[in-house]
Design a binder for this molecule. Sequence first.
Ligand code: ADP
Length: 505
Amino acid sequence: MNAYFYGKMLPNHQLIAAAPMNYSTVKNCAYINGKWVNASKGQFFKVFNPANGQCLADVPNLGVEDVSEAIDVAEKAFQSWSNKPGKERSQFLRKWFNIITENSESIAKILSEESGKPFNEALGEVQYGNSFVEWFSEEARRINGEILSSPVSTRELMHIKQPVGVAALITPWNFPLAMITRKAGAALAAGCTCVIKPAEDTPLTALALMECAEKAGIPVGVLNVVPCDRSNAASVGQLLCENPKVGVITFTGSTAVGKLLYKQCSGSVKRIALELGGNAPFIVFKSADLKKAVLGAVGAKFRNCGQTCVSPNRFLIENAIFDEFVNAITSYIKENITFDSQSSGKMQIGPLINKAQLNKIDNIVQDAIKKGAKVHIGGKRASDVGELFYEPTVLTNITPDMICYNEEIFGPVISCTKFSDEDEAIKVANATNSGLAGYFFSKDVSQIFRVSKKIQVGMVGINEGLISTAEAAFGGVKESGLGREGSHHGIEEFVNVKYLCFGDL
Ligand code: ADP
C-alpha cells in the first residue's frame, strides 16, 4: 500500500499512527487493467478540499479513447470473472471488505478531505459503504435460478440467471465511497466487471478503493476507475451508453443527467438503473412524539450538510403542533449543531461541496425571504467559518411560489409548511414528480398503515429519519429512478433471466 494511505501499512494491514497525508503522491493514477495510468493525452484536473480550498491532488483527466480501452479490458476480464463460481467471487468480495475495514480511517480521511464531510461522518460512510461489499459477498452465493412446473410431461423448464456483461458505473460526489460499493458490490457478485467513472469532485476515494481491491487480489480488469473532469463527462457518458460492449449503465446523480443517459441508452436498448433526485416530504402528525420527530428531522436533514437525495426537503407539520415543532427544532439546532470539530457531543456539519452548490442554496433561501418567508435561525452564508459553509436554516411562512417549496434543496435548510388534515398532507407530499424517500411521524396505528401505502415514494421512514441499510432495497418511483440497490433485489440489475426448455424427454 502506498499512494492513497496516509499511514504506513503493516504486513497484516494494520495502520500505524497516522502521519499527514501526502497528496502529491496520488496523482497520475487512473486504474485500468490493474495498472495505475495517466490519461493518454496527458491531461489532469485538480481536486480541492471544500473545507479550506486547498488543492489535494492532480488526477488524470481521461478521454473517450482511454475509457474505450477500459471497456475492452473489462470485457476481456468478464470472460473469466463471470465463469467463476459464486463462492469464489464471494471470497474476493470478502477480502475486499476486510481490507477496506482495516483501512477505514485512512480512507475516511481521504473521503473527508475531498468531500468536506466531517471525519466521523466520513468514517460512518466508509462503514456504511463497506457493508454493501460484505452484503454482496454473502449474496454472491445465492444467485439461484428456478425449476418451473412444466405444462407437459415431455418437457422440463428452467430459469437461470446470467451476468449482463460489463457494468458502467457513474457516481456522484455526495457519497464518494458508498455509491460505488452499492453498485460494484452487486455487479461483482453477479459476475459483471466494472468501469467506474467517479464524480470529478471526489475521485480520490474511488482510487483508494481500487488500491484495496488490488490488495484483495481482485483479478486485473474486473474493476477499473476512469476519472475525468466535467468537460469530459458528457463524451465519456455517451461512450458508456452507446458502446455495445457495455451491458448495463448504473447511475446515481441528478435527474437531468439521468434522463440524458436514459435517452442515450435507447439506441442500443441498453439496460439502465437510475438513482436520481428526491424531494422527500417529512410529515409530522399531531399524535407524533415531538422530541423523536425533531431528532429524526435533524439527523436526516443535516447529515452530509443536507446533500443527500433522501434528505427531507419539505417539512409538513400539522396545524396543532406547528409552532411547538418549529420552536423545538430551532432550539435544538442552536444548542446541538456546530461547524467546530472540537465541540464534543454536538453534531458537526461541514461545507457545501463547491461554489455552485453554495450559490444555489443561498439563492433558494434569499428567494424565500424576498417572497415573505420568516427566518427562525440561519438564513445566510457562514463566511467566517469558510467560503463554502452555510448556516443551518429554518424557514416558515412558505408559499407555493417559492423555489424551496418546489425544488430539491440539497443543503442545510428546513422549510416548514402547515397542513390541517391527513388528506391534505398526502396531497401535498405527492404533488411532485420525484418519489425517492418520504418520512412521517405519528402514533396512530391506522394512520401509519394508511399513510405508508398512500405516500408515493420508494422508501418510507415511519418514526425514523435514517433508513438506508444494505439489507433493504434503495430506490425510487416516478422521476426518482429505475431499479433498486442493496438487498437481494440489487443483484437483479446485473443479471439476465434466461429460460431453458428441455424437450423430447
Ligand atoms: P451533480 O449536479 O450533483 O454533480 P450530476 O448528475 O451532474 O450531479 O453528476 C453526477 C455524476 O454524473 C458525476 O460523476 C458527473 O461527472 C456525471 N455527469 C455529469 N454530466 C454527465 C453527462 N452528460 N454524461 C455522463 N455523466 C455525467
